[in-house]
Design a binder for this molecule. Structure first.
Ligand code: CO
Length: 475
C-alpha cells in the first residue's frame, strides 16, 4: 500500500545539530518580567547506523532550553549523554531495552539479564529539580543529572532506587511533607507497587507504601490530594514472567483486559495504608491532571482514552504517515470517589481532546482549581496528531483553543505572573513545529485569553518532545 508522509512527520525526524543561539529573533515580544529557563526533554535521534527505533517513546533523549532575561531569549540543545546514547553512537547498535524497541538478544541473554539490569537510562521524558540538582527522568530506574547552564550531562543521579524498579517521570511535590512523592513498580516473581518519598534536600528514597500485585498495570503517573495518593490501575496488565521470556519489547508484553475495569487505589499518606479500592469502567490514561478532596469525597481529574490503542498509533512507522481513521482521542474526565463507597462515578468529560495537561501546579496541586492547559486535535481538521493548544475551564467545561495552519504545538508550560493574584494570570510556553517553514518556534501565549504575545523561531525543526519545566531565577 502506498503511504504518504504527514506534514508533521518532520517532528519525528532525527535532529543532528547541537547549537547555542545567544539571542533568538522575536516576533511580538517577550514579557520583561520573565526570568529563568524552560528546559524541555524528548527524543531526537530515531535511528542508529545499524538499527531503527520503533516507537516515539524510544528515541534518544535531547534537552532543549530557552533562557529568558530582560525581554530576550536564548536557545541551546544538547543530547543527553546517557550510557545508551554513548554506546549507540560508538557501535551503531541499540544496546538497552527501550519502551518498544529491544536489542537483539538470545533467550539465554534475556534470562541472564534478570529482568531490568539492562533497562535503558535514556531519560527522555521529563526533567525536575531535586536537592538543588537538575535531572532528566524516564520510567527506568536511572535518572541522569545535567548542568542547567550548559546542558552538559554530569552523571547518574542515584537516589537508592532498585535497578529492578520501574518508576514514573511524573513525581509530585507534597508541600506539607516537604517531599517529592513517586510511584515505583518492583519486578520480581511477585511484583509490588510502591510509593516512596524523597525528602526535600536529600537524595534518599523512603518507601511509604507497598502493595503486592500478580499482574501489574502500566502506570505513567498518579494522583495526589492533601491526604491521599491515588493509584489508577488501568486494565493494561502484564504477567511479569512474559517480560523475561517472551522476547518482545517491554510494552508489547502488556495486554488489554477490559473485563477487569479500572481500579482506583486510595492510599492514606499518613500511614501508607490502603484505605479503599474503588472501581469504574475500563479506560486508559497516561496523565493525571489534578485531584482534591471535598467533604468525604475525592475528585480526580485525568486525561482518559477509551482504551490503550493510542500506544499502537505512536509507533514511528504509523505516526509519520497520513492516515484515514481517527487519532485516539483523550478527553478530560472527572471522577468522583466517595470515601465510604466502592464505586467511582464519572462526573463529566470535556468535548475537546486534551493531552499533555498542565495546571498552575504550585498554586493548585491538591486544591480545587479552574484551568487546565494542554494539546489537542482540532475537530474539523481530520489530522491525526496534536495541532492545537487548549485551555479548559473545569468549572464551566468551556474550552478555548489556539491553532495555526500547518503548526503542531507541544505541551504548554504555565508560568505565573510574579505576585499574581488569580490562578490564570500568567503565560503559556510551547514549542510549535511550523511544518511549512520547516522549523520550530517558541510560542508565548497569554494564559487568560490564549492570545499570542510573541514567538521566537529557531533554525531547525525540534522533534516532538514530551515534558518540560520552567525553572525561575527568582524562586
Ligand atoms: Co508523561
Amino acid at each position: 500500500m502506498e503511504t504518504k508522509n504527514s506534514p508533521y512527520s518532520l517532528g519525528f525526524r532525527t535532529l543532528e545539530n547541537e547549537v547555542l543561539l545567544d539571542s533568538l529573533p522575536v516576533e511580538g515580544k517577550i514579557p520583561e518580567w520573565i526570568s529563568g529557563t524552560l528546559v524541555r526533554n524528548g527524543p531526537a535521534r530515531f535511528e542508529t547506523a545499524k538499527a531503527n527505533f520503533r516507537h516515539w517513546f524510544d528515541g534518544l533523549g535531547m534537552l532543549h532550553k530557552f533562557s529568558f532575561r530582560n525581554g530576550k531569549v536564548s536557545y541551546a540543545n544538547r543530547y543527553l549523554q546517557s550510557r545508551a546514547y554513548k554506546k549507540t553512537l560508538k557501535t551503531g547498535k541499540i544496546h538497552y531495552r527501550e519502551f518498544a524497541t529491544d536489542p537483539c538478544r538470545s533467550l539465554l541473554g534475556r534470562v541472564g539479564s534478570l529482568f531490568f539490569t539492562e533497562f535503558t537510562d535514556n531519560a527522555n521524558v521529563n526533567v525536575t529539580q531535586i536537592a538543588q540538582r537538575f535531572i532528566a527522568m524516564t520510567e527506568a530506574p536511572m535518572a541522569v543529572e545535567f548542568d542547567i547552564n550548559t546542558l552538559e550531562t554530569t552523571g547518574v543521579f542515584d537516589y537508592g532506587i532498585s535497578s529492578r524498579c520501574m518508576s514514573t517521570a511524573h513525581p509530585h511535590y507534597d508541600v506539607r511533607q516537604k517531599s517529592f512523592v513517586n510511584y515505583g513498580l518492583q519486578f520480581s516473581r511477585t511484583c509490588t507497587y510502591h510509593f516512596y518519598q524523597i525528602p526535600e534536600d536529600t537524595q534518599k528514597r523512603v518507601i511509604t507504601c507497598s502493595i503486592p500485585v500478580k499482574e501489574p498495570a502500566y502506570i505513567h503517573s498518579f494522583g495526589m490530594t492533601e491526604h491521599f495518593l491515588i493509584l489508577a490501575e488501568f486494565p493494561l496488565v502484564v504477567n511479569p514472567i512474559q517480560i523475561v521470556l517472551s522476547g518482545k519489547p517491554f510494552i508489547e508484553n502488556f495486554r488489554w483486559a477490559p473485563e477487569r475495569g479500572t481500579r482506583f487505589w486510595i492510599i492514606d499518606k499518613n500511614d501508607g495504608k490502603v484505605l479503599k479500592v474503588s472501581e469504574t469502567e475500563a479506560f486508559f490514561s497516561f496523565h493525571h491532571i489534578n485531584a482534591f478532596e471535598r467533604g468525604r469525597e475525592i475528585f480526580m481529574d485525568i486525561s482518559g482514552y477509551p482504551d490503550a490503542s493510542v500506544m499502537n498509533q505512536l509507533y514511528l512507522d504509523s505516526v509519520r504517515e497520513v492516515h484515514k481513521g481517527e487519532f485516539a482521542k483523550t478527553l478530560f474526565r472527572r471522577y468522583r470517589i466517595p470515601l465510604n463507597g466502592n464505586v467511582a462515578n464519572e462526573e463529566f468529560r470535556s468535548r475537546e481532546a486534551i493531552e499533555l495537561p498542565r495546571i498552575h501546579y504550585s498554586r493548585c496541586n491538591t486544591q480545587e482549581y479552574r484551568w487546565v492547559y494542554g494539546v489537542g486535535v482540532r475537530e474539523k481538521s481530520q489530522e491525526d496528531f496534536y495541532n492545537q493548544l487548549v485551555r479548559l475551564d473545569v468549572s464551566s467545561q468551556e474550552a478555548q483553543t489556539w491553532w495555526e495552519e500547518g503548526c503542531y504545538p507541544g505541551e504548554p508550560v504555565f508560568v505565573p505572573l510574579p505576585q499574581s493574584r488569580s490562578e490564570g494570570e500568567g503565560i503559556l510556553l510551547s514549542i510549535v513545529l511550523d511544518s511549512k517553514r520547516e522549523r520550530s518556534f517558541l510560542l508565548i501565549l497569554d494564559a487568560r485569553t490564549l492570545e499570542e504575545i510573541g514567538r521566537a523561531p529557531v533554525s531547525h525543526p525540534i522533534p516532538f518532545g514530551f515534558h518540560g519545566q520552567f525553572f525561575g531565577e527568582n524562586e
